[in-house]
Design a protein around this ligand. Sequence first.
Ligand SMILES: Cc1cc2nc3c(=O)[nH]c(=O)nc-3n(C[C@H](O)[C@H](O)[C@H](O)COP(=O)(O)O)c2cc1C
Length: 196
Amino acid sequence: MVRVLYIDCCIRREQSRTRVLAEAFLAALQAKEAYKVERLCLMDEPLAPLTEGFFAQRERLLAEHNLEHPRFRYAHQFSQADRIIIAAPFWDLCFPGLLKIFIENICVDGITFGVGEHGSFGLCKAKRLLFLTTRGGDYSHSPLEMGARYLEALCKFWGIPRFDVVAADGLDLGREAVQTILDRAIADALALVENF
Ligand SMILES: Cc1cc2nc3c(=O)[nH]c(=O)nc-3n(C[C@H](O)[C@H](O)[C@H](O)COP(=O)(O)O)c2cc1C
């Protein structure tokens, strides 16, 4: 059984076009018996940024090598998944801050990465991470796009060898029907289901 962790950061929930893309991929994946999907909806989680006492607690736990504290559950869940899917819209040239807060919470020395003589190394089991996104403008070839590029870099940090992104670009430009753009992205995503 391949354990898939699906991280939903589609802030607009039922209104989200990114979620439409993600659900199309998940439906096709779940039709295959080999995959078991675990869903983590970030909007429903008590996620907090690292500030004040929450930051200090983390420093203390890391100094004590206490990695079993409940606050590290997201990091353990992430590091143990066989495949990871993240769905998030394009916001302010990146993705919503909620996903960054989640990333802050899972980047834990000794769980998702380690540090050795030659620098850091990844500790995540996942063989691949798929990022599904939709964008108002067309950033498919733009150096201003920081969301997918950042996640790709993080995959190297976490030790996840393969990163893919499927994006529906230009949804708010009015040049093409939203459904046409979404259908194209869904087709691109479905092409990745085989051998995922
Ligand atoms: C807060 C916010 C910030 C956004 N920032 C950008 C942006 O920087 N560039 C862009 O092209 N579109 C931007 N958009 C538009 C979204 O990327 C686009 O509408 C996307 O499809 C929204 O995804 P959703 O339907 O899943 O919520 C932004 C939208 C919101 C609500």
